[in-house]
Design a protein around this ligand. Sequence first.
Ligand code: ITT
Length: 192
Amino acid sequence: MRVTFATKNEGKIKELRNLAKNTELNIETVPDKIIFPKETGLTYQENALIKAQHIFDLIGTNVIADDSGLEVDALGGDPGIFSSRYSKRATDTANINKLLKNLKNTSNRSARFKCSMTCILEKGSEPLFSEGILEGLITTEQKGKNGFGYDPVFFLPDLGLCMAEISNKEKNTISHRAIAFQQMIKKLGRIS
Ligand code: ITT
């Protein structure tokens, strides 16, 4: 089944393509010229639906979207739904720098990645939703070159490594996005 992934984030595309390898889903991307509407939702789920619905309205075929973010306990859950636009420059490096600055001298480093995924199918059923969460700790300095976003400062206590230090393949066995995707695959299986 062909599904268009409503995102502009190259890191997400790479991950979802790999996740979909052993499934019947064929992940397509949106043309560069497409402009997404503002993510005005108050939750990951609302924002994922805004992205998916926008592309579905344009192309009318199966669409999948994810909205995700990092929640840091010592910052009251920030940056949360604003994770990609946390800093003014809104680049991965600027976001990480702002995060580490805001956590300076903070001993509570607990945090989690959350992902809400939605799928709208052309056969006209209600949108499907799934979710994934991954717990971790925010480091004091960056480590590793893999992944994207906050991966270089997201420490995985069970592995003793940052997310950016593990392979993309390994990330895809534990990540919030992988959990949400596996749940979505089950839901799609039930209705096909
Ligand atoms: P699209 O809206 O086009 O999908 P985006 O990057 O703006 O791309 P989101 O609005 O969902 O996507 O924001 C997610 C942000 O949360 C992302 O840019 C990262 O900063 C962070 N994030 C989400 N998943 C992550 C992951 O697996 N590793 C590291 N950072 C992640």
